[in-house]
Design a protein around this ligand. Structure first.
Ligand SMILES: NC(=O)c1ccc[n+]([C@@H]2O[C@H](COP(=O)([O-])OP(=O)(O)OC[C@H]3O[C@@H](n4cnc5c(N)ncnc54)[C@H](O)[C@@H]3O)[C@@H](O)[C@H]2O)c1
Length: 367
């Protein structure tokens, strides 16, 4: 099979799994990588058998068709716009951009150039969430009437080597982890039309305890506890909490409650996990459901492979810029609702991405 050549920009913590995707998906060929810190690009290129380039060289390479943008949130927009200006499709790590205006400009620029914009997360394409999507589409729980989504932790300064960005604009628990939960919910239940929310900064200063910056203080610029309520266009009502302020909790990750039963959805920050179903009876046990789809192991980069197939056939790609823009709009809307003391109506909407077919061969996405 002729492969699609990929250039990775940003060779930090998350890049390793994307380099691995180049080996998993037969359509992908990671030709080059670049980083604002040239030593990082050099080390990643050596470790993964590709070429180290400057960002400018990578964007000028006529063979590279998709740029995978793994920079920090604050650089997502500028790097993606440069890729689009160079005539390349681009797949960003999440969030798509920091502001709505940037997101809109990026999608418009890509449309004008005839290139694609994609965005993480692509975990909704994993075996766990695709199984849930199929069970819902098959009518197992009837009509979804409500959903809950909870991401609780005490922040990332205990393990990430450079955790400052999590507490700056574009970070915070909603922009960092919300994309997993909201993308999963939209993929299963469709777009959101109205939200409200409350958000707070609990600790104005935090101390890094990971290496090499142990002891360094971070000034917190964004809310670190965000609670929200969502009205889906379907009429279902969702509740979400994302927080960097909680030491321990007994909450589920995602549950979907239907007219004919409930579904326990695995962690949307992963690809597999346990799916459970509660039937329309009283006082019975949750039943574990077998996964109907593959890619239940860490398959980050599956969205990039899907875009490569989509570019070839002309079909829509699943982890799309439109989906990511809707998620970005929802995340902002929780914060807007909190600061403006009101519900926020969503201007954006999106289609549910197509479900993955059952029975795909490993490493392939189209038959
Ligand atoms: N670390 C994780 O577990 C994780 C998980 C999922 C998603 N993400 C997302 O992935 C992205 C990167 O996260 P990370 O943890 O790898 O961060 P990181 O800080 O470890 O790596 C980011 C890299 O991008 C480079 N960079 C920054 N600006 C650049 C620019 N303008 N041009 C070229 N290179 C530039 C940095 O030098 C650095 O090497 C973020 O958007 C984050 O939200 C991270």
């Amino acid at each position: 099979m002729e492969k699609t050549k990929i250039g990775i920009v940003g060779c930090g913590k998350i890049s390793g799994i994307y380099f691995k995707a180049g080996k998993t998906f037969e359509i992908l060929d990671i030709k080059a990588c670049a980083d604002i810190m040239p030593d990082r690009a050099k080390a990643a290129a050596e470790a993964n058998g590709c070429q180290a380039m400057t960002v400018e060289q990578l964007l000028a390479d006529p063979e590279i068709q998709i740029v995978v943008n793994l920079t920090i949130p604050n650089a997502h927009y500028s790097v993606a716009m440069a890729a689009v200006a160079a005539g390349k499709s681009v797949h960003n790590e999440k969030p798509l951009t920091i502001t709505r205006e940037e997101g809109k400009k990026l999608l418009a620029a890509a449309k004008a150039k005839g290139v694609r914009v994609g965005c993480a997360p692509d975990t909704f394409m994993g075996g766990g969430l695709q199984t849930c999507r199929k069970l819902i589409d098959d009518g197992l729980i009837g009509q979804p009437v409500a959903a809950t989504a909870f991401m609780t932790c005490r922040g990332h300064e205990s393990w990430h080597p450079d955790p400052e960005f999590y507490y700056k604009v574009g970070g915070g628990p909603m922009f960092d982890m919300g994309p997993y939960y909201l993308t999963a919910l939209v993929s299963m239940m469709g777009p959101i039309k109205r939200v409200t929310g409350s958000a707070r900064v609990t600790f104005p200063e935090r101390t890094i305890t990971s290496q090499p910056k142990n002891g360094t203080k971070i000034k917190v610029d964004v809310p670190t506890h965000v609670a929200g309520v969502m009205d889906f266009a379907s009429g279902a009502v969702g509740t979400i909490i994302t927080t960097f302020d909680v030491w321990g909790a007994n909450l589920p990750r995602i549950e979907i409650y239907g007219t004919n039963g409930s579904l326990s959805v695995p962690d949307p920050n992963g690809f597999g996990g346990v799916v459970k179903y509660y039937p329309p009876e009283r006082k019975v046990e949750w039943k574990e459901m077998p996964l109907t789809h593959g890619y239940a192991e860490n398959s980050r980069g599956i969205g990039v492979a899907d875009m490569a197939y989509a570019l070839r056939s002309g079909r829509a790609h699943r982890a799309s810029g439109e989906l990511a823009y809707h998620v970005l709009d929802v995340m902002h809307a929780f914060h807007d609702a909190s600061s403006q003391n009101k519900h926020a109506m969503l201007e954006s909407t999106t289609q549910r991405p197509a479900a993955l077919p059952v029975g795909l061969a490993h490493g392939q996405l189209d038959a």
